[in-house]
Design a protein around this ligand. Structure first.
Ligand code: COA
Length: 155
């Protein structure tokens, strides 16, 4: 049974992997397309947890590439559902690279995605309301609300 509402903290996602040689670009850093795939997977974790059912990528409308991630680094993507509509969920993914020799962590990427929950016939399905509890969660919710207002859906 899917509840009427879920706390923001319920659906937070995290995936970690090594940057392997087959994932590199010509400069020896993580290829942007692989980064996008990791972002999509991390966003899916949060979306599917919140929805409690299947959800699909509707858009990845922003990815800020702040720093390159070298081969051999650990890369971790943290995802959170920051806002929901009826069937859609706005998800932020923050990416960190870690140099395992020094332990130094760098915030390398920020991405925004929209996922849509679907039923067994692949039609959009209502998701639980989102409950922001902490000051930080309320800030993220307000920010996502403003982002939606400023970025109406492309059709
Ligand atoms: C995403 C999808 C389910 C939307 O279906 P649809 O019949 O167009 O849905 P609607 O127009 O009724 O919109 C449903 C919701 O999706 C949102 N939506 C639709 N297209 C969107 C887009 N491009 N970006 C952001 N949100 C979008 C709508 O705003 C709406 O949100 P709400 O329910 O919270 O108000 C459908 O377009 C689809 O299946 N796309 C392919 C998804 C896919 O293959 N992804 C990659 C593999 S996971």
């Amino acid at each position: 049974m899917i509840p009427d509402s879920r706390q923001m903290s319920y659906s937070r996602g995290e995936i970690t992997t090594f940057v392997m040689p087959h994932m590199q670009n010509v400069l020896g850093d993580l290829f942007g397309g692989h980064l996008m795939a990791l972002v999509d997977q991390a966003a899916a974790v949060a979306a599917i947890r919140h929805a409690g059912c299947a959800a699909v990528t509707a858009s990845i409308d922003r990815v800020d590439f702040r720093h390159p991630i070298p081969v051999g680094a650990l890369v971790t993507c943290y995802s959170s559902v920051d806002f929901v509509g009826n069937s859609s969920m706005d998800i932020t993914v923050n990416v960190f690279a870690e140099d395992v020799r020094t332990g130094q962590r760098t915030h390398t990427h920020v991405a925004h995605a929209v996922f849509v929950a679907i039923d067994k016939d692949r039609r959009p399905k209502r998701v639980p309301r989102l409950v922001a509890e902490t000051e930080e969660e309320k800030r993220r919710y307000d920010e996502a609300c403003r982002y939606r207002a400023q970025n109406p859906r492309a059709r």
